[in-house]
Design a binder for this molecule. Structure first.
Ligand code: ADP
Ligand code: MG
Length: 377
């Protein structure tokens, strides 16, 4: 376990125009910490990992692992991968097809010239850890996808590295297996306490695994925080959108209250003016928003936007909006509903437990949508 320090890491790729894949990125990782890099495709996650591993030649920056400086561009230090105590697990498993499981797991030990007896013991231990002990004499082609990924995991851990890098290691597994291997990885980390940098574009994976999340955008870290804080208090609209607050409702101050901002409410589908409320119709008397704000955009997760019959009043702490159902799909314990509110389309998740009313929601139906006033904070 090591303290990892990344300072001013920059990697450009030649091209027209040149791509800045990693842009002056700094990050400190505590020993034993599980850091998740979360962001959309192309934001520089893989390149950051490859720089950590020594597989890229960065243009700027320094990286230290414990007391070892593995990269210092100005100081002309860039240790090759086998001189860094780093393990790697990739999306594609990247197992050697012509090697048995035993030889695959042992590969990083051979490149580090670990003595034979010690290597044998480490391979057995690593295979044991991920339940692969019975598979050691097989070839990758004789394994299922889940087994291959567990072998890749064992290989990443076998050399007892200071730092383990994961590049979307679960994304090739089907949904059920993905949950299984994810839980196994979470438990393994709790048990062994290795330091990890885990890359994903999947927000639920990030929230489940990370001690801290680094939300990346265009080669930079947009927010670095615990999963709880990223989820509850996203620092920017970009982070909010990425972490599942898919709804955006613009409001404008009018007199002492608030109205829907934007043009008059029209229904996109029919082009008719919708009766679901025009721009001048007040939606809330007061909201817990600082006086200095005259316009706000309320960000809401689908399960924060509630629905009730048009004739019903929501509770006093709620802000009510006239809405029309555009689409309603059965989702098991809830309905996934798209509603039109003035000229905004919003997603609501209406629970079905104890509320069979929601099951009958259908296109064209007028309903009341509401959210808690706190959500405007
Ligand atoms: P992510 O893993 O987040 O999807 P990458 O690190 O793979 O992102 O890529 C970041 C950016 O760098 C992208 O714009 C990508 O096109 C570019 N890039 C990555 N690798 C190369 C390469 N070998 N040559 C040129 N451009 C690259
Ligand atoms: Mg990638």
């Amino acid at each position: 376990m090591s303290h990892v320090r990344i300072e001013g890491l920059t990697k450009r790729f030649a091209g027209k125009p040149p791509a800045v894949a990693v842009d002056d990125l700094s990050l400190e990782i505590e020993p034993g910490e599980f850091i998740v890099l979360l962001g959309p495709s192309g934001c520089g996650k893989t390149t950051t990992l490859r720089c950590l591993a020594g597989l890229e030649t960065p243009d700027e920056g320094r990286i230290s692992l414990g007391d070892q400086m593995v990269l210092d561009v100005r100081g002309k230090v860039n240790l090759p991968p086998n001189k860094r105590r780093i393990g790697m697990v990739f999306q594609s498993y990247a197992l050697w097809p012509h090697m048995t499981v035993r030889r695959n797991i042992g590969y990083p030990l051979r490149t580090r010239r670990v003595a034979r007896e010690q290597a044998r013991r480490r391979i057995d231990e690593a295979a044991e850890l991920v339940d692969c002990a019975a598979l050691l004499d097989r070839y990758p082609a004789q394994l299922s996808g889940g087994q291959q990924q567990r072998v890749a995991l064992a290989r990443g851990l076998a050399a007892q590295p200071d730092l383990v890098l994961f590049d979307e290691p679960l994304s090739n597994l089907d949904a059920r297996l993905r949950d299984q291997v994810r839980a196994q990885l979470h438990e393994l980390h709790a048990r062994l306490g290795f330091t990890a940098v885990f890359v994903t574009h999947d927000q639920s994976e990030a929230l489940a695994l990370g001690d801290r999340l680094a939300i990346m955008k265009a080669g930079r870290i947009e927010q670095l925080d615990t999963p709880e804080r990223v989820f509850e208090e996203p620092a920017t609209e970009y982070v909010a959108g990425f972490i599942g607050m898919s709804n955006r409702l613009p409001l404008r101050r009018q007199g002492t209250g608030w109205i829907l901002a934007g043009g008059p409410g029209t229904n996109e589908q029919t082009g008719e003016a919708s009766s679901s409320g025009g721009a001048s119709r007040p939606v809330a008397d007061e909201l817990p928003v600082p006086r200095s704000h005259s316009e706000i955009a309320v960000r809401l997760r689908p399960d924060d936007l509630r629905l009730c019959p048009a004739e019903e009043k929501p509770p006093a702490h709620g802000v009510a909006l006239a809405a029309e159902v555009v689409d309603a799909q059965f989702g098991g314990r809830h309905m996934d509903v798209v509603v039109a509110i003035a000229d905004s389309r919003l997603h609501a998740q209406a629970p079905l437990t104890g509320k069979p009313w929601a099951r009958s929601l259908a296109r064209g139906q007028r309903v009341t949508a509401w959210f808690a006033k706190d959500a405007a904070l």
